[in-house]
Design a protein around this ligand. Structure first.
Ligand SMILES: *Cc1c(COP(=O)(O)O)cnc(C)c1O
Length: 233
């Protein structure tokens, strides 16, 4: 067996180097950008090693898997980010273990998230996921930009949810520079009405440099840290 810890440490060092270089290029401070390591498909033992190596934030995109891992790692003081498609009948449960829910894309999710947060007596940080797909595309997830104001108002009205900002995924076949450029414009408009909601979660293993250049405050990195995921489904 290869030394998994050493492998993860080396990959983390590479990713931190990429983030630092992208920040330097953009004239931003390196601690402007928080690394969220996406651990989906990888075991809790990897999450544990990552925590030992200084990772503070982890991301998961499927409720069942996330719930189990968060319970197995409850002794670690990690911040869990839920970044996947969210079903309204799972939203309350997600809010009981996730400190950050990044994929809020419709008002229907707000009441169950708020109820779950109440159950845990702890507020939950919320990002609104915005779609970067061209109009009419068979789009994967995210609210249309013109729906953000209503969605933000619904989150603001919920007692236990804190509106922190926006999240987006670059469309698969798009130029990330162009997609994140559009995202930067959407965010500028959004900040006029919500100046305190300044988080921007954008950028994955392949495109983090573009995202940092366009103002990302959080990057969600999976394969560049953990290796390629098993091809399931
Ligand atoms: C899986 C996933 C990531 C990480 O992707 P990598 O290309 O492995 O870095 C980031 N964001 C979301 C929403 C994901 O589902």
């Amino acid at each position: 067996m290869t030394d998994r810890r050493a492998e993860l440490a080396a990959n983390l060092a590479t990713v931190h180097g990429r983030i630092a270089a992208a920040c330097a290029d953009a004239g931003r401070a390196p601690d402007d950008v928080r690394l969220v390591v996406v651990t989906k498909f990888f075991p809790s033992s990897d999450v544990r090693l990552l925590a030992e190596l200084g990772v503070t934030d982890v991301g998961e995109n499927r409720h069942q898997e996330a719930e189990v891992k968060a319970a197995e790692c409850a002794d670690l003081s990690l911040t869990w980010h839920f970044i996947g498609a969210l079903q309204s009948n799972k939203a309350a449960a997600v809010a009981t273990y996730a400190q950050v829910v990044e994929s809020v894309d419709r008002p229907k999710l707000v009441a169950p998230l708020d109820a779950g947060a109440h159950r845990r007596s702890h507020s939950v940080d919320v990002l609104l996921q915005v779609s970067l797909d061209p109009p009419g595309a068979d789009h994967r997830a995210g609210a249309e930009p013109d729906r953000l104001a209503d969605l933000a108002a619904a989150v603001d009205a919920a007692g236990m949810l804190r509106l922190r900002g926006l999240m987006a995924v670059a469309p698969l076949d798009a130029d990330p520079a162009e997609a994140f450029g559009r995202l930067a414009t959407i965010r500028d408009d959004f900040l006029v009405g919500h100046p305190d909601a300044a988080w921007l979660s954008a950028g994955m293993s392949a495109d983090l440099e573009h995202a940092v250049k366009m103002g990302a405050t959080h990057v969600r990195i999976g394969s560049a840290v953990l290796g390629s995921r098993p091809r399931v489904k």
